[in-house]
Design a protein around this ligand. Structure first.
Ligand code: HMG
Ligand code: MG
Length: 300
């Protein structure tokens, strides 16, 4: 299969990257991050979540962030919504794109959203209906696609079942999440081969956490399977509150460096992206988790 000539990167840093941070991060700092990412040419930015503040306190200010960001034309600003209450809050905040999130493992579904896989899918039905009434587009996530922190191995057929349900209920794209970063190129290729039997590959995305240092090579393996949409997090920020030890997503700068080198277009400006990552790292008082960003900064 020829490699795609163009890749769409979904920037999840403001949501997946920050959701697990224990320290208070001001709305202004979150807004500045989103605005810098927009200016860097990202076409999709996941701004926050409308979830229970008891479960994920860091995302509590998402409505204020949405109210203050500068929305550039052509950029999609998304938010996670686990249920109708979340969608109603998102509508109130003027959100035009949401994501529902399910898991391929029962144990993770219980820990993350307090219900079984089947219950979560049933819960998403009215969310899809209300979203449609408001012309809100819906992306779907499946977590634990290459391993679960509680159950270990997850069969690709189980992932395919959940992904199929999300696609059938109207998600225009389903992002497969390696939540704990245990996948390798061979399990990644098998995953897309199996899930790709039911869902067209241009409706699938890869979401790789870099816990075992496999994210970039798994993206390359996915490209070989014809996948052309990837989620990533500026400066490699993040981790999931319900997957202990899970580190951030693959760093957007590292993915961009690889794609630029391969002549695959993204429309993203490396210099502006690195500045956005450095800005939020300074706010957090953390070292930049992107190898490419660190190398560029050392050189210039
Ligand atoms: P629950 O406790 O079963 O919910 O949580 P409930 O319906 O029984 O309600 C309990 C309380 O929560 C009530 O408030 C509700 O009003 C409130 P109280 O009466 O006690 O004051 N509540 C809400 N408040 C605000 N927004 C809402 C909302 N819903 C209920 N939407 C629930 C169920 C799904 C709400 C909870 O488990 C939750 O919020 N989970 C979110 C977990 C989360 O955000 N995880 C991280 C994102 S997923 C991820 O990172 C993986 C991904 O990156 C892909 C990958 O890497 O694999 C996407
Ligand atoms: Mg994630």
């Amino acid at each position: 299969m020829p490699l795609p000539s163009h890749v769409r990167l979904v920037e999840v840093g403001p949501r997946d990257g920050l959701q697990n941070e224990k320290q208070a991060i001001s709305v202004a700092a979150k807004v500045a991050l989103v605005d810098q990412l927009s200016a860097a040419g990202l076409g999709y930015i996941e701004v926050g979540s409308f979830v229970s503040p008891k479960w994920v306190p860091q995302m509590a200010g998402s409505a204020e962030v949405f109210a203050q960001i500068q929305r550039l034309p052509g950029v999609t600003y998304g938010a996670l919504t686990p249920n109708l209450k979340g969608l109603e809050a998102a509508i109130e905040a003027g959100v035009t794109e949401i994501a529902v999130f399910a898991a391929a493992s029962q144990a993770f579904s219980q820990k993350n959203i307090n219900c079984s896989i089947a219950e979560s899918l049933a819960r998403f039905q009215p969310v899809m209906e209300l979203a449609k009434q408001h012309q809100i587009t819906v992306r779907g996530y499946v977590s634990c696609v290459l391993g679960c922190p509680y159950e270990g191995e997850v069969p690709p057929e189980q992932v395919a079942m959940v992904a199929r349900e999300l696609f059938a209920m109207g998600c225009y794209e389903v992002s497969l999440g390696d939540t704990i970063g245990t996948g390798t190129p061979s399990s990644t290729r098998t995953l897309f081969e199996v899930v790709g039997r039911d869902i067209p590959r241009d409706k699938l995305a890869g979401h790789f956490h870099d816990t075992y240092g496999q994210a970039l090579v798994n993206i390359y393996a996915s490209l070989q399977e014809g996948i052309a949409v990837f989620d990533s997090s500026v400066a490699g920020l993040g981790g999931c509150p319900y997957a202990k030890g899970a580190t951030g997503n693959v760093a957007t700068e590292d993915v961009l460096y690889m794609l630029n080198g391969m002549g695959i277009e993204t429309g993203i400006d490396m210099g502006k992206l690195i500045a956005a990552g450095q800005g939020i790292c300074e706010v957090l008082g953390k070292a930049n988790g992107s190898r490419a960003a660190k190398a560029f900064l050392a050189k210039h």
